[in-house]
Design a protein around this ligand. Structure first.
Ligand code: DOR
Length: 427
């Protein structure tokens, strides 16, 4: 099993292997970068393409078990591969929740059967994600969970959050916080501000996020535990993380592509694909998130891929569930809206989609170097295409970028040394 990827321009977040080179892959591992011999190898011509480590998404919802009509492990992994992702971390808000070893095993078994890239699990912090009692975290470690989170729900009880931060220290995994004060957020459906007032929609103040970000940072200080703040969305959150890092606390965070490229003005079209939690904020917040990426405050970009069925989203804005799908558009949306506009360099974005998230969770992923797993994405940053949600490999159609003309196209995805996706189709 030898594969020679020829002539790609390599983006190596670690910086050592950048430049135009050939990549030799054997038995699922990158063997050599340079001018290795093609003897006995299948050759993949990648001239004109960029090669980066397979992308890593540490926040996806694959809805399996329990909501397979929205997505399942196999369709989720297909969407990931099509988007250039070779490692994903699944959230535990399934039915039943991923709060025991047996449910985690079920998900791991399904991922193995799908045989497309690597799936990791974030187990629940609390039983049924109800926020009352710690879940069987130690037992779930035996199924390889890489973090705990009640994502979808915040942990409203600060004492339980403290216990989670203390207990997980023993296992060396972070607590991933969905930072939202449920009482402050209330029945809101969008960001509180000029736009919500203008169009008369129930608001969610950004303080619903801020107070929990600040609380969790203080609990990380108290316990010495590892805190990962997921999908932060406001200028205040970026600022809080920046100060926490300056204090030397073990705090990391991620941001979504949609919070980086959209604002609450998008809600004015009442497209329920823009209804997401945390809500799309204002331009000042968006600029602060980009600044946080540029100065290293933000460690990773994660899609929060959250598929819902068409009938669930084709209702009034108030009644629609929160969530949008992102795995198949993340790379192109970022290239188009951040790289092409000069807001952020491509290499930086790639690091936030590879080495950055891998480091947050300690995954052996996100590197393009000899000895690393042969997970590679080949893409053409200049290729133009039109987003058509009806053609997604995901079951989700709830995409606010539908119809966008974008640049940046995945040409091939290599997972564990095998070409799994090429020229728009599965191999
Ligand atoms: O928009 C969201 N969708 N935010 C969440 O926190 C949960 C997610 C979902 O599961 O649909």
């Amino acid at each position: 099993m030898k594969l020679l990827i020829k002539g790609a321009e390599i983006i190596d977040p670690a910086g050592k292997n950048a430049g135009r080179n050939d990549i030799l892959v054997e038995d699922g591992v990158i063997r050599e970068i340079g001018k290795p011999s093609a003897a006995g190898a299948e050759v993949l011509d990648a001239s004109g393409l960029k090669a980066a480590p397979g992308l890593v998404d540490i926040h996806v919802h694959f809805r399996d078990p329990g909501y397979e009509y929205k997505e399942n492990v196999a369709t989720g992994l297909r969407a990931a591969s099509a988007g250039g992702f070779t490692s994903v971390v699944c959230m535990p808000n399934t039915k039943p929740d991923i709060d025991t070893k047996s449910v985690a095993k079920y998900v791991n078994d399904k991922a193995r059967a799908a045989g497309l890239g690597r799936l990791f699990i974030a187990g629940a912090i609390s039983k049924k994600r109800e926020g009352a009692e710690l879940a069987e975290i130690g037992d779930m470690m035996n199924e390889g969970i890489v973090a705990v989170t009640d994502d979808g729900n915040p942990v409203m009880n600060a004492q339980l959050m403290r216990r989670a931060l203390e207990y997980t220290k023993m296992f060396g995994i972070p607590v991933m916080s969905h930072a939202e004060d449920k009482n402050l957020a209330g029945a809101g459906v969008m960001n509180e501000g000029m736009v919500s007032t203008t169009i008369g929609m129930r608001p969610i103040p950004k303080e619903a996020e801020t107070v929990m970000v600040l609380r969790d940072i203080e609990l990380a200080a108290l316990t010495g535990g590892r805190l990962h703040l997921t999908h932060i969305s406001s200028a205040e959150s970026v600022d809080a993380v920046r100060r926490a890092k300056a204090r030397g606390l073990r705090v990391t965070c991620d941001v979504t592509p949609h919070h980086l490229v959209l604002t609450d003005e998008s809600v004015m079209g009442f497209d329920t694909a823009t209804k997401v939690n945390p809500p799309l904020r204002d331009e000042n917040d968006r600029q602060a998130l980009i600044a946080g990426l540029l100065d290293g405050t933000i460690d990773a970009i994660a899609s929060d891929h959250a598929p819902h069925a068409v009938h669930e989203k084709e209702v009034s804005y108030d009644d629609a569930p929160f969530g949008l799908v992102g795995l198949e558009t993340t790379l192109a949306v970022l290239v188009t809206r951040l790289v092409e506009t000069g807001a952020a360099p491509l290499e930086l974005l790639i690091s936030k989609l590879t080495s950055g998230p891998a480091a947050v969770l300690g995954l052996n992923a996100g590197a393009l170097a000899p000895g690393a797993p042969a997970d590679i994405v080949l893409f053409d940053p200049a290729a133009e295409w039109t987003v058509d949600a009806s053609k997604f490999f995901s079951k989700g159609r709830n995409c606010p970028f539908n119809g966008w003309r974008v640049r940046g196209k995945v040409a091939a995805t290599v997972a564990a040394g095998k070409v799994v996706f090429k020229d728009g189709a599965f191999v």
